[in-house]
Design a protein around this ligand. Sequence first.
Ligand code: ADP
Ligand code: MG
Length: 282
Amino acid sequence: GIRNFSDLKKVAVLGHGNDGTVYKVRHKKNHSFYALKVLRFNQNSIDIIQPAKVLEAEILKRVDSPYIVKCHAVFDHATCESDSGGGLSFVMEYMEGGSLNDVLTEHHRLPEEAISVLAKRVFEGLDYLHGMHIVHRDIKPSNLLVNDKGEVKIADFGVSHVVEGRFDATELNAGTCAYMSPERVDPERWGGQDVDEFAGDVWSMGMVMLECFLGYFPLISPGQRPDWATLMCAICFGEKLKMPEKASSEFQNFLRRCLEKDWRKRATVKELLHYPFVNRMH
Ligand code: ADP
Ligand code: MG
């Protein structure tokens, strides 16, 4: 295990977030690489942000699945580092391939076979999380990471939520709205009584798969600059998304079931795991 924060040596920056930085680090003794996500507690920021970070740590400590980026240790700087203003650090398995966002930047789009393989893994991961009453709420390409074997795993529980959980759940609407389901963008119109929060993750993954296939984000024409209003209108008032003609009927069917605007009609993760699209022989 990783006992001491001081055993980790920063070698590069992997990503910047709203209030954190992710570093590539090397362990001075076992010489392995890890990813270190550092969340600083901003003294001036409103208090509700901090429970969200504590929740991220609690979730990371509890989840253990081959479909979710593994967290090896959590350091609380209030107790282990006297010089800092507090904060949390997560030592995670290093995902050599970067995020799906990086993959898309490099390859532009992905073949259907690759999407089938990665979708299978992400839906297995969601099934595991939902079984623990955890809604991810921020499924998007930059939060799906790839290792050196080409395996995709779910990361970033920064805005996750525990349904009827024992944790202190926070209602933070952070992150991008682009991948958000209609019922989260506009609960008045699309939500209704007893919204199934897990359905939002299915919608987001539908968007991710469509983007992987098309090579651009489905709701905005290539080259257009996205803004919140345009996206919100497209998600909630836009026409049903057109399925790409070049996609197989299995893939189109799968996508359609993920991208049902009405969450009541949308397929669940459990149902989707039985679909032919994610059960191909490769
Ligand atoms: P944020 O809450 O700031 O979005 P993330 O956990 O999503 O933080 O990490 C931000 C970025 O850092 C990711 O999109 C990815 O590029 C990189 N990153 C995060 N974790 C890892 C990891 N374990 N291995 C490799 N890169 C990572
Ligand atoms: Mg992220």
